[in-house]
Ligand binder design. Structure first.
Ligand SMILES: C[S@@+](CC[C@H](N)C(=O)[O-])C[C@H]1O[C@@H](n2cnc3c(N)ncnc32)[C@H](O)[C@@H]1O
Length: 249
């Protein structure tokens, strides 16, 4: 397969077909178009239930812990970019703490769900942008924090290097790069499948690609930008890994 970065827009079309269905509960996925058809009260009730499942109780070990960890950073009120925001469990939380969050996703319907939820919840200072090519990143401005939760592992490495790179250009010096990936340990445990097959196991039948990352691979993917490591941990029984990096150049 030719993974030239110029092929990113074509690959994003393939990804868009898959990712119009996004993680809802920790065990399930939902088409954002189905959510858009709901009345406000029903949308909020469903979303709130899934949010609690992801963040509270048993879900604390999935997302709740990093919400608590980074809430103080969000309360300082900086500009955050969430890339691949799904149903917004993270970006909405950090916006509620005081961050000015730009939600950037490849699927317009996903963003429309978050925009409606922000309206219902009274969450202000949020922006919404669709990503169709790297050109869409250029007008975004500079961010204090870039957050990618399971979004930049879904395409071949060379393509994601190009996207990470373009995004990291918009992170200020000393800004934070927060990313959730899947670790190599999980890939090995689940049979060391080709990445074109592994995603079907981790994220459902229609998943074109899922690739593991470790710190070295993530740092390489962000080059020529240079980052210092704040946190590099596997969590949730090695299902996920979390990287917290500070941009130095
Ligand atoms: C696994 S879901 C994660 C969603 C959300 N971050 C969460 O934690 O629930 C992947 C999300 O990233 C988006 N996505 C997939 N590939 C992407 C890419 N190359 N660039 C930006 N967003 C992408 C999808 O549309 C989807 O919203």
């Amino acid at each position: 397969m030719n993974n030239s970065p110029s092929l990113l827009p074509d690959y994003l079309k393939i990804l868009r077909e898959k990712w119009r269905e996004v993680p809802s509960s920790t065990q399930d996925r939902t088409f954002s178009s189905d959510l858009l058809a709901l009345a406000d009260a029903d949308l909020l009730r469903l979303w709130q239930g899934w949010y609690d499942d992801n963040c509270a109780g048993a879900g604390y070990s999935t997302r709740g812990w990093y919400h608590d960890l980074y809430a103080p950073l969000a309360r300082t009120g900086g500009a955050w970019l969430e890339i691949g925001s799904g149903l917004g469990y993270d970006g909405i939380f950090f916006a509620q703490q005081g961050a000015q969050v730009t939600f950037l996703d490849i699927v317009e319907g996903n963003l429309q769900v978050i925009e409606r939820l922000c309206g219902i919840l009274g969450v202000k200072q949020v922006n919404f942008r669709v990503l169709t090519s790297l050109e869409d990143i250029r007008p975004l401005g500079t961010f204090d924090c870039i957050l990618a939760v399971g979004s930049l592992i879904n395409a071949p490495f060379d393509l994601m290097c190009a996207e990470r790179n373009a995004l990291a250009t918009h992170l200020r010096r000393d800004g934070r790069w927060l990313e959730l990936c899947y670790p190599r340990e999980r890939w090995e445990r689940e049979g060391s499948l080709p990445f074109s097959e592994w995603g079907k196991k981790t994220d459902g039948d229609r998943t074109p690609w899922v690739e593991w990352y470790d710190l070295e691979k993530l740092q390489r993917s962000l080059q020529p930008h240079r980052f210092e490591t704040v946190l590099d941990i596997n969590f949730h029984n090695h299902d996920f890994n979390w990287f917290d990096l500070t941009k130095r150049s």
